[in-house]
Design a protein around this ligand. Structure first.
Ligand SMILES: [Zn+2]
Length: 362
């Protein structure tokens, strides 16, 4: 699977520059698009077309809800149930599940992917469900286990996967001044739901920077973030700007990106370059919204919903969502949740994934 975001953008940018220069030296300049979220765009000649890198469709794989050792679903379920007592889907028997997703499985998955050139995004939730802090202590595991888990992510995953925080806890909102959750349990105090409503760029950037800094302390460099559930759903322009600001501040990343959206219908799933500015300055900037093209048809967020490889690509390789998006020529990015890949040890999501990758490669 070939998906290198940086190269994709470089090729896109080079295409824009070349077309600008063809027009004439004097005409070379940047245009502001009408869309304030998009920002500046280089002038482009109608005769030029930006194509995919190596003229091939990039594929990628987004993994949400992963972290070190902690099975996020096990610990998040009772917290979600407390917030939403009436919701059936939060009454699953979490006590019967594995509290850990072992590093042996990370190794098995990571090596399988590395052998096949599979790349993508792998979340490390920094303070997973308030269990601990990946840069300090993970109660329930020894310090040695935590350190070797981090080392496994650095050595095996980092070369092929973008590491993202999926905000601080993926459950309770943390007071960034104290590092403790706020005392309230309602949806307005959960990362997944209402807390971000009405928040400013600076407020969001503070929260993102808090989360990014934990990963920095843990020795995990990031160029982007993933939003947990409905985080920032009503303040998307602010989220985009806060991503640009915080990822640049904490990691000096050249092109910060975020994963918030997936579309499974007719909408384009091409990554969106947003808030492009200073294109002719020494320090041009933009942020990119990376868009998934599938639902989690692997094993669900909590590892209880069996998936189906045929929804991605059928055994005759003729149909399925991946085939549809590849035929459109748009980057095709699958989305899953790590507890569903592990499936409490049954590895159901991993089996679905292997079948899909084998079909895509055949
Ligand atoms: Zn998530």
């Amino acid at each position: 699977m070939l998906f290198d975001r940086r190269r994709f953008l470089q090729v896109a940018a080079a295409g824009g520059l070349a077309s600008g220069m063809l027009m004439s030296a004097n005409a070379f300049g940047n245009q502001r698009s009408n869309d304030p979220v998009a920002g500046e765009r280089p002038r482009q000649d109608d005769g030029l077309k930006v194509v995919n890198p190596r003229a091939r469709v990039p594929l990628s794989f987004i993994i949400d809800d992963s972290t070190c050792l902690v099975n996020l679903a096990y610990y998040a379920m009772p917290q979600f149930a407390h917030t939403w007592p009436e919701r059936e889907d939060y009454r699953h028997p979490w006590r019967e599940w594995s509290r850990e997703i072992p590093d042996a499985f990370v190794r098995e998955f990571g090596e399988w992917c590395a052998e096949r050139g599979v790349r993508g995004k792998y979340s490390i939730v920094p303070q997973p469900a308030c269990v601990g802090w990946v840069d300090r202590e993970l109660p329930g595991w020894s310090q040695q286990e935590l350190q070797s888990s981090l080392e496994l992510v650095r050595s095996l995953m980092l070369p092929n996967w973008d590491i993202h925080p999926e905000m601080a806890t993926h459950t309770r909102v943390i007071d960034t001044k104290t590092g403790r959750p706020y005392p309230h349990h309602g949806p307005d105090w959960m990362e997944n739901w209402g807390w971000t409503n009405g928040k400013s760029v600076d407020q969001l950037a503070d929260y993102l920077a808090y989360s990014l800094n934990i990963l920095k302390q843990a020795g995990l460099p990031c160029e982007g973030i993933t939003t947990p559930g409905g985080f920032a759903g009503r303040v998307v322009p602010e989220l985009a700007q806060a991503t640009l600001q915080s990822v640049r501040d904490v990691f000096a990343a050249e092109i910060p990106h975020y994963f918030k959206f997936l579309y499974t219908g007719e909408e384009s799933v091409v990554p969106r370059v947003e808030y492009a500015a200073g294109l002719q300055s020494a320090r041009p900037e933009c942020v990119v919204s990376i868009i998934g093209c599938t639902g989690d048809w692997f094993g669900g967020w909590d590892g209880t919903t069996p998936g189906d490889p045929n929804r991605f690509i059928t055994p005759d390789l003729q149909s399925g969502r991946m085939v549809e998006v590849i035929e459109r020529g748009e980057p095709a990015i699958m989305v899953c949740h790590w507890p569903g890949i592990y499936y409490n040890g049954a590895k159901h999501g991993f089996h679905v994934f292997r079948t899909v990758v084998e079909r895509l490669h055949s």
